[in-house]
Design a protein around this ligand. Structure first.
Ligand SMILES: Cc1cc2nc3c(=O)[nH]c(=O)nc-3n(C[C@H](O)[C@H](O)[C@H](O)COP(=O)(O)O)c2cc1C
Length: 260
């Protein structure tokens, strides 16, 4: 089992690294794993210039490119993904934000189905939740599932034994969840919010230019007529609520953007 850890700290051996190492240790106890640490600071992430080429024309048209394609290849080849960031100014580091921005086309054209993710944020005191949830939300939009979050204090301080024990328990528990997720056959059943998100993006893709990257991607995969990115059973009461939400969504978008 291959685990890819995308490390968002500019420091190699700080708290964030210590946290991921503890996850690795538990994973190794449970099975044979190949762990790859990719320090985002060592990658050429470039800087998104806001041209929208990746979204409208396709990621191959990105004028910045750098190591984006290489990182995506490694993510596609992984059985589990760890996204780890220290908190800087109440959010993820600029390295992580750059990485997330460079993968924005995956909101439109998700691809990491069935890839379990653990999002870890470490901080001196505040901002862990905003940071771990930002990484987790992006991962969900990109198709990853299941997605877990962990929020931690700085680990290079003199934590009390009780607190260190608590951190260790949290990280070991997270490692167990990730490991179990890799043992499931096929991607998990989507949550209601995933089904709603699918319908939002399906409408956008259906209404985009027929030769746009989104339209072609969705059409070629049969998603424009599908219930979800992959076959899954949707309970009747979900279907009813989804139809209602879709109607409201179209009315809202008609009011704001005009009818397509
Ligand atoms: C520029 C900078 C900004 C920071 N901002 C915050 C913050 O907003 N909230 C917080 O609790 N800790 C903040 N911290 C502390 C780090 O989140 C904390 O030390 C973290 O564990 C460092 O991770 P690392 O050792 O992996 O680099 C900041 C640290 C730096 C260097």
């Amino acid at each position: 089992m291959k685990v890819l850890a995308l490390m968002g700290s500019p420091r190699n051996n700080g708290s964030t690294y210590m946290a991921v190492e503890m996850v690795e240790e538990r994973l190794r106890e449970m099975g044979e794993i190949e762990m790859e640490y990719v320090h985002l600071k060592d990658m050429d992430l470039g800087e998104c210039i806001g041209c929208h080429a990746c979204i409208h024309l396709g990621e191959a048209h990105c004028p910045v490119d750098g190591d984006r394609g290489e990182i995506e290849k490694r993510m596609l080849g992984a059985d589990a993904l760890i996204l780890a960031s220290p908190v800087y100014s109440l959010g993820v580091t600029s390295l992580v934000k750059k990485f997330l921005d460079r993968f924005s086309y995956c909101f439109h054209r998700p691809r990491f189905f069935g890839l379990p993710v653990l999002a870890i944020a470490t901080a001196a005191g505040a901002g862990q939740k905003a940071s771990s949830h930002l990484m987790a939300d992006c991962a969900r939009f990109w198709g990853c599932a299941p997605v877990y979050t962990v929020e931690l204090p700085k680990l290079d301080l003199n934590l009390t034994d009780a607190h260190r024990e608590k951190v260790l328990r949290t990280l070991r528990g997270a490692a167990e969840k990730i490991f179990r997720a890799t043992q499931c056959s096929g991607p998990p059943r989507p949550a209601f919010r995933d089904l709603v998100a699918f319908r939002v993006w399906r409408d956008l893709a259906a209404n985009s230019e027929p030769d746009s990257a989104d339209h072609v991607h969705w059409r070629d995969r049969g998603w424009l007529e599908a219930d979800y990115y992959y076959p899954t059973s949707i309970p009747g009461y979900y279907r009813l609520s989804l139809r209602l939400i879709e109607g409201l969504m179209r009315r809202y978008s008609g009011r704001v953007y005009g009818d397509a």
